[in-house]
Design a protein around this ligand. Structure first.
Ligand code: NAD
Ligand code: MG
Length: 385
């Protein structure tokens, strides 16, 4: 089997670095041919020297000279800026894109990869939240797969192998509940950034860690599931499962439920997506049922964690509402991370933006892009950033 050439968009992040570990452990199967980063030029250069890709892209154009200089003795091509991401996504330098940029910024390069007929391993859930219909339509039109990396969606995807002719009754997305499970608003009102950044089961980038603490992450994942698996909103259920052993489940029309389980380790879904349809042997720790005492399940507390309710609202109403929700949430989370607003204020910002920005039933791509811009400006004006 020849090597699969991987383009990692967002190689310096939590997903990106773990993907490089998977590639390093499977050099016969994969090579890293494109690496991109927004700010962290030092890590990008270090990765480039280790993996010798064909191309690197540094998002922050001011850092271009530094990266170019550091790679001067290599034949690695260096590009910079937002536009370069799309241009590189269009090139024939890779076989599969790992979309591991965080947030809305991942949308255009991902669309460009699909447009160019490249399969996408998708970690960047915001892409589907913003414009899921357009992204999935493009994948269908170009006959290329979108393979989920998000652990819940990878679980569902794995449960569906061999079930192409069988209808899904519903999917059950598991959620750890985050660091504030069981807490009430009188506690949450005082929560600070550093506490919210401590997730019980997973180590991830800052934005998704905050989204996990507010349960917005699970809301975004419901919308992600709708598009990936072509589901109706009422076919998607969330259950809190604090141990994060069952990564998600599919219930079929006969009532039978399949789940995918394992220790919480993002390298597993990353590896599965890169290697699909093949499973790859590894020496990662195994789950041992004999030393596991309990698996528990409970209903999410939507009254306290209102972000999940807002996301369900966006999921149900559709149109550009998920795009508005996402834009406002990105602004709110970054403001919280800079200690500009409190934990519960994030919900306020999202809710008010969802009320303010005009609803569009079936937006075009341009309308999604405009909606994103308008929602960001309005959300920022609420915070006075
Ligand atoms: P991260 O913050 O650790 O890394 C983000 C990467 O994107 C970095 O390489 C950064 O340089 C790049 N980036 C950031 N802003 C950019 C911009 N404006 N333009 C171009 N590149 C930019 O994030 P992460 O935790 O690795 O998450 C990446 C994506 O994967 C997110 O959408 C997240 O929801 C999803 N995801 C992550 C995990 C996880 O365990 N970390 C699990 C499931 C899904
Ligand atoms: Mg997830």
């Amino acid at each position: 089997m020849s090597q699969k050439r991987i383009a990692i968009f967002g190689s310096t992040g939590s997903i990106g670095t773990q993907a490089l570990e998977v590639i390093a452990a499977n050099k016969d199967k994969f090579s890293a041919e494109v690496l991109t980063a927004q700010n962290n030029d030092e890590l990008l250069v270090q990765q480039a020297l280790k993996f010798n890709p064909y191309i690197v892209v540094i998002g922050d154009e001011k850092k271009y000279p530094k990266v170019k200089q550091a790679l001067a003795r290599t034949d690695i091509q260096v590009f910079a800026g937002e536009k370069a991401l799309e241009e590189v996504a269009e090139m024939d330098a890779y076989d599969l894109m790992l979309a591991a940029i965080v947030g809305y910024a991942g949308l255009k390069p991902t669309l460009q990869a699909l447009e160019s007929g490249k399969p996408v391993a998708l970690a960047n859930k915001e892409t589907l939240v913003v414009a899921g219909d357009i992204v999935m339509k493009k994948a269908l039109e170009k006959r290329v797969p979108v393979i989920p990396v998000d652990s819940e969606h990878s679980a569902i995807f794995q449960c569906l192998v061999g079930e192409t002719r069988n209808k899904i009754e519903k999917v059950i997305l598991t959620a750890s509940g985050g660091p504030f499970r069981g807490k009430k608003p009188n506690f949450l009102v005082n929560v600070k950034r550093d506490h919210a950044l401590q997730h019980p089961n997973w180590t991830m980038g800052a934005k998704i860690t905050i989204d996990s603490a507010t349960l917005m992450n699970k809301g975004l994942e419901m919308i992600e599931a709708k598009w990936l698996f072509n589901l109706k909103p009422d076919q998607i259920q969330v259950v809190i499962h604090p141990q994060s052993i069952i990564h998600s489940m599919v219930q079929f029309e006969d009532g039978s439920i399949k789940s995918q389980m394992g220790l919480p380790n993002m390298k597993l879904p990353i590896q599965y997506a890169l290697g699909f349809p093949h499973r790859i042997p590894n020496d990662m720790p195994r789950l041992n049922f004999r030393s596991m005492s309990t698996l528990t399940f409970e209903e999410p507390d939507i009254k306290t964690f209102k972000n999940l309710g807002l996301a369900i609202d966006a999921l149900t109403k559709g149109g550009n509402l998920p795009c508005i929700l996402n834009a406002a949430n990105e602004i709110a989370v970054y403001a919280f991370l800079r200690n500009r607003i409190g934990f519960l204020d994030m919900t306020e910002v999202v809710e008010q933006t969802m009320v303010k920005i005009p609803f569009i039933e079936s937006p075009t791509l341009d309308e999604y892009l405009d909606t994103d811009g308008e929602a960001r400006s309005f959300a920022a004006s609420l915070i006075q950033m």
